[in-house]
Design a protein around this ligand. Structure first.
Ligand code: HEM
Ligand code: HEM
Length: 183
């Protein structure tokens, strides 16, 4: 497998970043859901710290990936793929990119609208940008809605991978899962 993408396959860099990002996002999502039921206190602050660090790292990866896409364009869709499938793939990938960028930013804003700076695992602090309860609740609402977009997009994306592997058998699943490459 080459480092760069080819017309038909993602290269090692694209595949590695895709899977690293997927792990970071899934971990951030699972921790985020657990945090909701935690009472305020040092345990929650620490968990928010892990969640924030994972999410911010995922944002860096998403930005690196978008920059990389400009230098090393994604492979073409396979010949003969119906137009509706191409549009559906673009829409779901677009929604996933939107969530990957806006989820961490809205998460930072949840913390930056609190009255005091929030320490992240003793590494750095999220400063106060606008201390406002209204803005804090609005960003919480936005963050929760974007998390649903990510979850919905994720399941559609997994369903599409299964569709390509079992029904279409057109090699799309193997473009990101080298183990599934056919002959
Ligand atoms: C990109 C990855 C991220 C994902 C997938 C994610 C996911 C989630 C989820 C599922 C929730 C529960 C929200 C709900 O259902 O209403 C949540 C809450 C939250 N997230 Fe994130 N998040 C991410 C990034 C961030 C970042 C970077 C920060 C901060 C810097 C952050 C801060 C928070 C905070 C403060 C809450 C509310 C916790 C509470 O008080 O209950 N998130 N997140
Ligand atoms: C939160 C987790 C995930 C996110 C955010 C995500 C996002 C993406 C994005 C944005 C693309 C388009 C690549 C690009 O050109 O930039 C992509 C491609 C792909 N992903 Fe994921 N993905 C995730 C998890 C998964 C999982 C669990 C699977 C397998 C079950 C999977 C299978 C694939 C495949 C096969 C492709 C290649 C599609 C093609 O060639 O057009 N992804 N993913």
């Amino acid at each position: 497998m080459s480092f760069r993408n080819t017309d038909t396959h993602y290269g090692t860099f694209g595949v590695a970043v895709h899977w690293l990002m997927a792990v970071l996002l899934i971990a951030a999502f699972v921790i985020g859901q657990r945090m909701e039921d935690m009472p305020r206190g040092p345990d929650k602050l620490q968990t928010v710290g892990y969640h924030a660090l994972l999410g911010m790292t995922a944002l860096l990866f998403a930005l690196a990936r978008l920059a990389w896409r400009r230098l090393d364009p994604a492979p073409e869709m396979p010949d003969g793929m119906p137009k509706w499938e191409i549009l559906a793939a673009k829409a779901v990938h677009g929604a996933l990119y939107l969530a990957m960028l806006l989820l961490p930013l809205s998460g930072v804003m949840i913390l930056a609208t609190l009255p005091e700076p929030v320490p992240v695992l003793g590494l750095f602090q999220v400063p106060v940008l606008i201390a406002s309860q209204g803005a804090h609740e609005a960003f919480e609402g936005l963050h929760g809605a974007l998390a649903k977009v990510l979850l919905f997009g994720f399941w559609l994306h997994v369903a599409a991978t299964l569709w390509h592997w079992y029904l279409r058998r057109d090699g799309v699943a193997g473009r990101m899962i080298p183990h599934l490459r056919r002959g």
